[in-house]
Design a protein around this ligand. Structure first.
Ligand SMILES: [Zn+2]
Length: 298
C-alpha cells in the first residue's frame, strides 16, 4: 500500500494571512503547523497499513516542511522547479493520494484563494470545467489511476473537492470570515481529525483492494484493476483525453508572451488555450506558462 501526499500551506489550520506564507516568525510557526498536519496524515496512513508514504512539499519555495519533525518511514520531495510541481512524482505506482493544506480556486470565496499564482492566473478551465489547484491536481492523480482519498483545507477547498468527487473524504480545518480571516480549529484538533481521516481512507482502500482481489479470484476477472473515479463521483471527472486547458491571465501582456509557446491558441486579450493528448504534458506546459507570465508581469 503506497500513499502519495501533496502538501500545501494555505489550507493548514491557523494559517489565515499572507504574512504567514513567505518568511519571518509567523511563517516559521505556520511551517511547524503544516509539518504537524502532514505528520498526522502519515501516522494515520501507516496505522491503517500504508507501507510507503511520500510527501511532496507543494507551497511556494517547496522547502517548507520541517524534515526533522516528520515521522520515520516517510520520504519527502523538496524544492523546485520540479516536473509536475505540486504533483511531482505522481504516477501509476501509487495506490492512493492525499491533498493536504488545500485552498479554494481563484475567484471563489475561500480563504487565501488562488490558482497556482494569484498574480498571473485569473481563471482555469480543464475540459470546460473551472478548476483550481484541487481540481487540476486531482485530475493529474486520476489520470494516473490514483484515487484521491483525502482532501484537507479550509471549508471552501473541501466543498470544491466535493463538487468534483461527491463521495470524497474531506477534513475542513477552518471556515472563512473573509479572504484573510477565519474561524479555525487549533493545530492539535486539526491533526486529530486528519489522522483519523487518513487512517479511514487507507483502511477503505485496503478493504476495497482485498474485495476486488477476492471478486477477481472467484469470477476470473483481471486482477489489479483500480477505480479511477471514487464511488459516487460524477462521471465527467477526472476528465478524459484529449485535454483542453483554457488559461485566463490577469494581464494581456502575459498572454502576449505565453502565445510564443508552440501549440497555444490565443482566444482573447488575456486568454490562451492549449490542447494535449496527455495530461502530464499539458500540466508541464502550464508550468511553463506560469513561468513566462510571471517573468513579464507588470
Ligand atoms: Zn501554497
Amino acid at each position: 500500500m503506497r500513499v502519495y501526499i501533496s502538501a500545501d500551506l494555505e489550507g493548514v489550520a491557523g494559517v489565515v494571512s499572507p504574512g504567514q506564507l513567505m518568511s519571518g516568525p509567523a511563517y516559521e510557526e505556520a511551517c511547524r503547523w503544516m509539518t504537524a498536519e502532514v505528520t498526522a496524515a502519515v501516522r494515520g496512513a501507516q496505522r491503517a497499513g500504508a507501507l510507503q508514504v511520500m510527501v511532496n512539499d507543494a507551497h511556494e519555495s517547496m522547502t517548507n516542511l520541517r524534515l526533522e519533525e516528520l515521522p520515520p518511514g516517510v520520504e519527502v520531495i523538496s524544492g523546485k522547479p520540479k516536473a509536475l510541481g505540486m504533483m511531482c512524482a505522481i504516477d501509476e505506482g501509487w495506490d492512493l493520494a492525499f491533498l493536504l493544506g488545500c485552498h479554494a480556486r481563484q475567484g471563489s470565496g475561500g480563504l487565501l484563494s488562488h490558482s497556482y499564482s494569484a498574480a498571473t492566473i485569473a481563471r482555469l478551465r480543464l475540459n470546460g470545467c473551472e478548476v483550481g489547484e484541487v481540481g487540476f491536481n486531482a485530475a493529474l492523480a486520476g489520470g494516473c489511476h490514483v484515487p484521491v482519498g483525502l482532501v484537507t483545507g479550509d471549508a471552501a477547498a473541501a466543498a470544491e473537492a466535493l463538487e468534483l468527487f461527491p463521495a470524497i473524504r474531506t477534513v475542513a480545518v477552518k471556515w472563512a470570515c473573509g479572504r484573510q480571516s477565519a474561524r479555525t480549529l487549533t493545530p492539535g484538533e486539526a491533526c486529530r481529525r486528519i489522522e483519523a481521516a487518513a487512517a479511514e481512507a487507507v483502511a477503505a482502500t485496503v478493504a476495497k483492494k482485498a474485495n476486488d482481489a477476492g471478486v477477481a479470484s472467484t469470477a476470473g476477472a483481471p486482477s489489479g484493476t483500480r477505480d479511477v473515479i471514487p464511488a459516487g463521483a460524477i462521471a465527467s471527472w477526472p476528465p478524459q483525453p484529449p485535454y483542453t486547458l483554457e488559461v485566463e491571465f490577469t494581464s494581456p501582456v502575459m498572454a502576449d508572451a505565453v502565445a510564443y509557446m508552440p501549440m497555444t491558441r490565443r482566444e482573447g486579450p488575456c486568454r490562451i488555450v492549449m490542447e494535449q493528448a496527455e495530461l502530464p504534458a499539458l500540466f508541464r506546459a502550464f508550468q511553463a506558462m506560469l513561468t513566462i507570465a510571471g517573468a513579464v508581469a507588470p
